[in-house]
Ligand binder design. Structure first.
Ligand SMILES: NC(=O)c1ccc[n+]([C@@H]2O[C@H](COP(=O)([O-])OP(=O)(O)OC[C@H]3O[C@@H](n4cnc5c(N)ncnc54)[C@H](OP(=O)(O)O)[C@@H]3O)[C@@H](O)[C@H]2O)c1
Length: 286
């Protein structure tokens, strides 16, 4: 049986659905998991900051997916309990920029501890795989969704900053393979989408897919930063985000072929991801 932590999140949901579709026995773990979330899946509510709840969540598990946001500072305790409970392999989600200077890793300022969680899994003594993901394609909803729904102009900073957005369903499929394929043991695998796409190009792709002439209008970084803080994003997070944009603008994002190699098919493009999530960008009917 495979235990999936972070089961209600952006990565956990498609991972649970995929494993279930393949007939794999899954236990989906989160604090607020809805018992009926995926019919046929053992849904287990647990706070992984509490060792007693972690121990119950891991009982009977053969393999474990470690979600860094779900586990956070409890990662070392989690893998210790996993070893005690007889778990035989661990796959951890991490980030492609995990070895970068922390000042340029915005997620750290939101409390994510990808590096520490990855290190705990690597040091667990259990067979492990670390899946280091590029930027999730779903980030585009937070960045551009509200403006695209409201009109044809999308204002943001750093038009030429590029990411290689990965479709979360590809990421889930890679993790699913790593959970059962021991030839991958001991690898830190950098997984990305198939192309480097700038902010400006992402907006153009969204417009093409939804059939609207979306126009990217670049605004100065300071103005954009103030807008993000006004929307409730923490200032240290916004500062790190802007520092990263400033440092890397105009450079292509790293692209790897790991998704294609692991799934025996091309990685899904940003355009394909937008097709699947078009509702997030369609104009709101008045
Ligand atoms: N976004 C990107 O571009 C990107 C790229 C690479 C890596 N990453 C990393 O990926 C992670 C984010 O992944 P995501 O988007 O899938 O996260 P997410 O959607 O926020 O999901 C977080 C999951 O963790 C669960 N959780 C949180 N605290 C928990 C606790 N104490 N006990 C048990 N479950 C808990 C949540 O459910 P409950 O709240 O119900 O417990 C939820 O299922 C971060 O570490 C991020 O740095 C992100």
């Amino acid at each position: 049986m495979i235990v999936v932590t972070g089961a209600t999140g952006t990565v956990g949901r498609p991972l649970v659905a995929l494993l279930k579709d393949r007939g794999v026995a899954v236990r989906a773990v989160a604090r607020s998991a809805d018992p009926g979330m995926v019919p046929g899946v053992d849904v287990h509510r647990a706070d992984l900051a509490r060792p007693d709840e972690t121990a119950l969540a891991l009982a009977g598990a053969d393999a474990l997916f470690v979600h860094p946001r779900a586990v956070g500072e409890s990662a070392a305790e989690l893998v210790r309990i996993a070893a005690e409970k007889g778990v035989r392999r661990v796959v951890v989600l991490s980030a492609i920029n995990v070895d970068d200077d922390p000042a340029y890793q915005p997620s750290r300022f939101n409390g994510d501890r990808n590096k520490e969680v990855e290190d705990a899994v690597v040091g667990s003594g259990l067979p492990w795989v670390a899946v280091r993901a590029s930027s999730f394609a779903a980030n585009a909803i937070g960045m551009f969704g509200a403006q695209a729904r409201a009109g044809d102009v999308v204002r943001a900073s750093y038009a030429k900053f590029a990411e290689a957005p990965i479709d979360e369903s590809d990421l889930a499929a890679v993790i699913a393979r790593a959970l059962v394929d021991d030839s991958l043991d001991g690898r830190r695998i950098p997984v990305t989408g198939p192309q480097s796409v700038t902010h400006e190009e992402m907006v153009a792709v969204i417009g093409e897919v939804i059939g609207r002439p979306l126009r990217f209008e670049e605004v100065p970084a300071e103005l954009a930063a103030r807008g993000l803080i006004a929307r409730g994003l923490p200032e240290p997070f916004v500062n790190a985000l802007m520092a990263r944009y400033e440092r890397d603008t105009g450079k292509p994002a790293p692209v790897t072929d790991e998704v294609e190699r692991m799934l025996d098919r091309p990685a899904r493009s940003f355009a394909q991801w937008v097709e699947d999530h078009a509702d997030a960008f369609q104009a709101v009917a008045s």
